[in-house]
Design a protein around this ligand. Sequence first.
Ligand SMILES: Cc1ncc(COP(=O)(O)O)c(C=O)c1O
Length: 286
Amino acid sequence: MRGAIREWAIANLKVSGEFDVLPTIGSKELVALLPTFLQSKKVLYPKVAYPTYLVGALMASAEAVAVDIDPSTWINADLAWLNSPSNPTGQVQTDHQINQAITWGRKNNAVVASDECYLSFAPGAKSILELAGGDNTGLLAVHSLSKRSNLAGYRAAFVVGDHKLIERIRQFRKHAGLMVPAPVQAAMIAALSDNDHATAQAQRYSNRRDILSKAIRDAGITIEHSTAGLYIWCTKNEDCFKTVDWFANLGILVTPGSFYGSDKFIRVALTATDQQIQMAADRINS
Ligand SMILES: Cc1ncc(COP(=O)(O)O)c(C=O)c1O
């Protein structure tokens, strides 16, 4: 399995130089436990974000600081999280911003962990490990087959990057009982050795995004970012629960942005079937 991850990472993330790989029990395990594994004292995470970055820092009794995604504004810390494409905003960070994060990490002798679990749904976007150009010191890229291969129930994910950091993480994990079960390892090898299903899945999400985005815009709702990944991030410039109610009255379930740190936005997922997405679009414009 580690060989399959290595090969996939070289071909798809374009990682070079010295690096190692480690399977994880879903990427949530790593996001929740990385500050504990690294014994981090101060953790930076995006202001509008997947909640587990904050929870992981709290679990490690680390100081958690919510920051803008622009690394030029970051303060000194020992771990920073990037998430591009973002859950919930669908924002893709520029190569320049990711390079700035790498520079921040080197300057502060800090770890930069890039949660890239939606990268397969962002044509043209680069892994932090490609931008690192062969020097992976202090860098980790977090990936998940939950998203790329729709294997959420398998809890199949992995981290790629700095071999010394990965060795440190491995030492803790193997004593914490977090080994990936053999049947899941076999499924990971199968999923990683085929790219066609991932390409088809990415196309499916892109089509759904086009249909729903148009319907949402035509209804006068403002979409921000939302260029890649699995979500549309939008606002009616009102309390998010009011917008949640508006969608609920149409029989459509959306997530309040307050779950992610923004109380005027809602998150619409592209994970319903093609038929349901079309039905939702029709109802939004009815
Ligand atoms: C940004 C982000 N990271 C990590 C995860 C964890 O996913 P999994 O544990 O299924 O790999 C999610 C799940 O939605 C997510 O949105």
